[in-house]
Design a protein around this ligand. Structure first.
Ligand SMILES: Cc1cc2nc3c(=O)[nH]c(=O)nc-3n(C[C@H](O)[C@H](O)[C@H](O)COP(=O)(O)OP(=O)(O)OC[C@H]3O[C@@H](n4cnc5c(N)ncnc54)[C@H](O)[C@@H]3O)c2cc1C
Length: 463
């Protein structure tokens, strides 16, 4: 362990940590960044990302139109249902205005907006090479600037006296040591990879969750901060989750394991019963709710079933569909009761009313007299071959975090800000995104608060 007294130590190795480290170093501080993952797996969940949302007053080379502060704020209010700290949210929005320039100035390159189901070409910018390239660019910038970086360096404890940070206890290479600094920025993500912690709220069901991102986000530092008196924010039971292929790896499957077949057929649980309206709404609602819905089904498993009409209408899957010439054979492949599956599909088919099918709008193809209904894009499931995808809840991130102020200082339960203890990224995102999701906003929060935390930590350390 380096035997030095640093100005600023940054815990974490994703977007928020890197933005904090780069900014603190620019502010004249001597910075050490501690990343729990090995170098090849550095970058946390940030390396799985593709795009970032930011406010801008006009179209540009990589965005198709303006996205004003007021529209951004309205979108945020809508998805959170008001569960947001307005002052911090408005700060995030206004401070996002220069991201289109700041990120390329630190090595990130943009690409033309993606087409398809995302509809983000106006509000979000996409990175060339995805999140991995973005994270690599930031590591390169940080290293060239003189930030010291240690991999496989897991911070296990923070020594904090009455809200004042003293040192971090770090495990590395089988040994444990203490790193002292004038200020710390905690940017170590949520606790979504900590299955025992998830079990406190979800019981044994959590064993069946697939974690879309890094296994290193164990929430260890979140727990530390809470134990040192940080005021919690966000519902500990809640998470953002989408439906992923049940054959996905337990961790780090990233975006490609998500399945987009749901609106083009029906979804049944292991009793072969439908349990929710597959045609309720467009993205993002139709993706982001299915993880939570499946988490509440028996065995946390569901099956998306489409027939020849639905096949090919959605983004190709990484894992091939299970395929059969009849529903009875498909049930056999899935281990479902064949009679129950046939009965569910027949009841669905009888309830489908004629309409003009149009996946680009909320069309008039719907069921009648069926519970739950399918409100749009309902076509009979009767054309072989039949396809099925097994689905699991794919957890993206958790909402529990610590309260911060406008300087990104951690706020204690008695309302005092901790003078030299800062937080950025997913570990404090619950202040702004209390629930719901706005695509590309996780990185906005991390970039804005990473930079604020870095700036303020440097100011505290070197004046
Ligand atoms: C599949 C997927 C796709 C996504 N796509 C997008 C997108 O396109 N746009 C968007 O805005 N958001 C997206 N998100 C959400 C986004 O990833 C997060 O909001 C964002 O990356 C959070 O950044 P962060 O720096 O707070 O955390 P992370 O990037 O997760 O970084 C946390 C870091 O802390 C390290 N760490 C954890 N514990 C310790 C410890 N004790 N000691 C030392 N280090 C530790 C981890 O190794 C990791 O490097 C996506 C998430 C997933 C899973």
């Amino acid at each position: 362990m380096p035997d030095r007294f640093y100005d600023v130590v940054v815990v974490g190795g994703g977007n928020a940590a890197l933005c904090a480290a780069i900014t603190a170093q620019r502010g004249g501080a001597d910075v050490l960044l501690l990343e729990a993952a090995p170098e090849a797996l550095r970058g946390g969940n940030s390396r799985h990302t593709r795009d970032i949302r930011y406010m801008h007053d006009r179209a540009g080379a990589f965005v198709t139109g303006a996205y004003t502060a007021e529209e951004f704020w309205e979108d945020l209010q809508r998805v959170t249902g008001g569960e947001t700290d307005e002052a911090l949210a408005r700060l995030t929005i206004s401070e996002s205005a220069d991201l289109g320039d700041w990120m390329p100035a630190h090595g990130v390159r943009w690409q033309q907006p993606l087409k398809g189901t995302l509809h983000l070409a106006r509000t979000n910018v996409f990175f060339l090479g995805g999140g991995k390239a973005m994270v690599n660019a930031y590591y390169d910038t940080a290293r060239k600037q003189g930030v010291e970086i240690l991999y496989e360096a897991e911070v296990q404890r923070l020594n904090v006296d009455d809200g004042v940070f003293r040192s971090a206890v770090v495990a590395r290479g089988g040994a444990s040591g203490e790193v002292r600094a004038k200020a710390v920025v905690v940017a170590s993500g949520g606790f979504e990879a900590n299955i025992p912690w998830l079990k406190e709220y979800w019981g044994e069901a959590a064993d069946h969750f697939v974690i879309r991102g890094t296994p290193y986000n164990q929430g260890r530092l979140l727990k530390e901060l809470l134990a040192h008196g940080a005021r919690p924010v966000g519902n500990p039971r809640e998470f953002h989750a989408v439906a992923v292929d049940a054959r996905a790896p337990k961790f780090d499957g990233g975006i490609v394991t998500r399945l987009d077949s749901v609106p083009f057929g029906i979804v049944v649980n292991r009793e072969a019963s439908r349990f929710y309206d597959e045609g309720e709404d467009f993205w993002p609602k139709r993706y982001a709710i299915w993880g939570g819905l499946i988490a509440r089904q028996p065995g946390q498993i569901a099956y998306s079933i489409v027939d020849a009409r639905g096949a090919g209408r959605f983004m190709p899957s990484v894992f091939p569909p299970l395929q059969a010439g009849s529903l009875t054979d498909l049930a056999g492949l899935l281990g479902l009761d064949a009679r129950a599956l046939v009965a569910t599909v027949e009841a669905f088919n009888r309830a489908v009313r004629p309409g003009s099918f149009d996946p680009s709008r909320l069309d008039d193809c719907r069921t009648e007299g069926l519970e739950p209904p399918k409100s749009h894009w309902a076509l009979p499931v009767d054309q072989p071959p039949f396809w099925a995808y097994p689905l699991r809840p794919g957890i993206t991130f958790t909402y529990l975090g610590v309260t911060v102020n406008r300087q990104a200082q951690v706020v204690l339960r008695d309302g005092r800000p901790a003078p030299n203890l800062f937080a950025a990224g997913e570990v404090m995102a619950g202040n702004i995104l209390g629930r719901g999701y706005l695509a590309g906003f996780g990185l906005t929060i991390g970039t804005v608060f990473g930079r604020i935390a870095g700036r303020e930590a440097a100011r505290h350390a070197v004046g």
